[in-house]
Structure formats: structure tokens, C-alpha cells
Design a protein around this ligand. Structure first.
Ligand code: NAP
Length: 245
């Protein structure tokens, strides 16, 4: 991957952190977005710098357009225009549908869908104006197969497919691309907090027999962010060890 200027939402830990560090290894300038984990975000900034990149921490709740606008101003001041936006910030609030409240439904849709809308809307002109602008959205295997207790999450992540494919059409007119990465079960707190018997079941259901590493997702994102992916747009790339929910 060539050195680019990138924004990664939800980069204070987990997959977002892995993506930010991978961008750092490529000499990129990275805006490390977080919601509440300021100290963790500062540690990611140091890790990106140690890897050879430049980075700033940028706080913003992606569900709030005003906070996203302030993030944009911080990024602009530090790095100028950006080339790559990775919509990665995410939460889950798992509960069987019969017990799911409207708040649990809305909270998850807000972060994944409104968050992607707000950030993409705000950085859209930058992506269009970049020589090879890239929009990369993180969805999930759950968007395809559904999953017990995840009606809100699966709905949001399936929405990201339609969002990505539509943006791919619209950005193509400007020579930029939009793609989606759909991870399976990856070793972050979103998975390691699950009961051990569920994690064991996931291993059994995964042909490669294990949980994935954040680096395995980050490498695919880095490819999609690079010039090497120049003729790929509107795609969903699975990174799931062969799992078929
Ligand atoms: P994670 O470890 O729980 O990290 C979530 C990140 O999102 C944190 O940096 C958090 O920031 C940020 N975030 C949450 N709400 C936010 C908000 N309103 N505004 C800004 N940032 C917010 O999650 P992960 O496992 O790395 O997941 C990253 C993405 O991959 C998510 O979209 C998730 O749905 C997707 N995914 C994960 C897996 C998996 O197996 N782990 C599989 C498929 C897809 P703070 O720390 O500041 O709260």
C-alpha cells in the first residue's frame, strides 16, 4: 500500500486498531477515531508512529453529525484532505428478538448506519477529490446468515452492503471506489467476551478451525485502500476462515 491519508473510525481497539497500525506500516497518515477510549486511542497513535506512519487521535461519536464535523476540522488541520475512509466503528447489543427493546434496536442501527452515513457524508468530497479515493465499510458475516440474538446487528450490517454498493455506483463516476469487508469471528473484545462454549462452537463451525486475527482483516483493508485494488468496487470481501453461517 502507498502512503495515504486515512480516517479509521472506531480505531481505539480491535479491528480498527489493527487497520490503523497496518496503515502506519505503509507510512500513512492516520486519524484514529474513538468514542470514549481516549487513552487507548493515544496508545494506537504511538503504535502507528512506531510503525512508520503519522497519526492523531480524534474523538467523535459517529452517531452525532456535529461531532463528526468537528472531527473533520481536526483531520483537515492536521493532514489536509483525506484519501481513505474506513467506517469501522461498531457496537453490539445482543438479545433475542422477543426481548429486544426499541432502544437496543436503535442504538445498534445508529452506530453502524447513521455512523456510516455521517462520516461518509462529511468526508465524501475528500474521497471524490482524491486521486484514488477509497471508501471501505466493515460489515459482518452475520449480515448474510443472521445470528441468534443479533436482529439489530445483522440488519445494520446487511444495510452496509446496500450502502456500499450504491456508493460504489456513485463514486465510480468520480474514479473512486467503495468496498465492504465482511469479517467472520475475529479476536477482539466483541468475540472474546462471549461465553467459552460459544467460542468453541465457532471454532468447530469454521473450516479453518479458529478465530481470526485482526491483522487478517487489516491486510484485506490495506489491499482495498491501495492502488492494487483499482478495478474492484461494490464488492463484499469475506474474511471468515471459510465459515458459512
Ligand atoms: P471493538 O473491539 O468492540 O471496538 C469497537 C470500536 O468502535 C472502538 O474503537 C469504539 O470506540 C468504537 N465505537 C463504538 N461506538 C462508537 C461511536 N458511537 N462513535 C465512534 N466510535 C465508536 O469491536 P471490533 O470487534 O474491533 O469491531 C470493529 C468492527 O468490525 C465493528 O463494526 C464490528 O461490527 C465489525 N465486526 C467485528 C467482528 C468480530 O468478530 N470482532 C466480526 C465482524 C464484524 P471506544 O473504545 O472509544 O468506545
Amino acid at each position: 500500500m502507498e502512503p495515504k491519508t486515512c480516517v479509521v473510525t472506531g480505531a481505539s481497539r480491535g479491528i480498527g486498531r489493527g487497520i490503523a497500525e497496518r496503515f502506519g506500516e505503509a507510512g500513512c497518515s492516520v486519524a484514529v477515531n474513538y468514542h470514549s477510549s481516549a487513552e487507548a486511542a493515544r496508545a494506537v497513535v504511538s503504535a502507528v508512529e512506531d510503525a512508520g506512519g503519522a497519526a492523531i487521535p480524534v474523538q467523535a461519536d459517529v452517531t452525532d453529525p456535529e461531532q463528526v464535523e468537528l472531527m473533520y476540522e481536526d483531520v483537515k488541520e492536521a493532514f489536509g484532505s483525506i484519501d481513505v475512509l474506513v467506517n469501522n466503528a461498531g457496537i453490539n447489543q445482543d438479545v433475542f428478538f422477543e426481548n429486544m427493546t426499541h432502544e437496543q434496536w436503535g442504538a445498534v442501527l445508529d452506530v453502524h448506519l447513521d455512523g456510516a452515513f455521517n462520516c461518509t457524508q462529511t468526508f465524501y468530497d475528500d474521497i471524490v477529490g482524491a486521486e484514488s479515493g477509497r471508501l471501505i465499510n466493515i460489515s459482518s458475516i452475520v449480515a448474510k446468515g443472521g445470528n441468534l440474538g443479533q436482529a439489530n446487528y445483522a440488519t445494520a450490517k446487511a444495510g452496509i452492503f446496500g450502502f456500499t454498493r450504491t456508493l460504489a455506483h456513485e463514486l465510480a463516476r468520480e474514479g473512486s471506489t467503495a468496498n465492504c469487508v465482511a469479517p467472520g469471528f475475529i479476536e477482539t473484545s466483541m468475540v472474546t467476551d462471549l461465553p467459552e462454549e460459544i467460542i468453541e462452537q465457532v471454532r468447530e463451525d469454521t473450516p479453518l478451525g479458529r478465530i481470526g486475527d485482526v491483522e487478517e482483516v487489516a491486510d484485506v483493508v490495506a489491499f482495498l485502500a491501495s492502488e492494487r485494488s483499482s478495478f474492484i468496487t461494490g464488492e463484499v470481501i469475506d474474511v471468515n476462515g471459510g465459515m458459512d453461517l
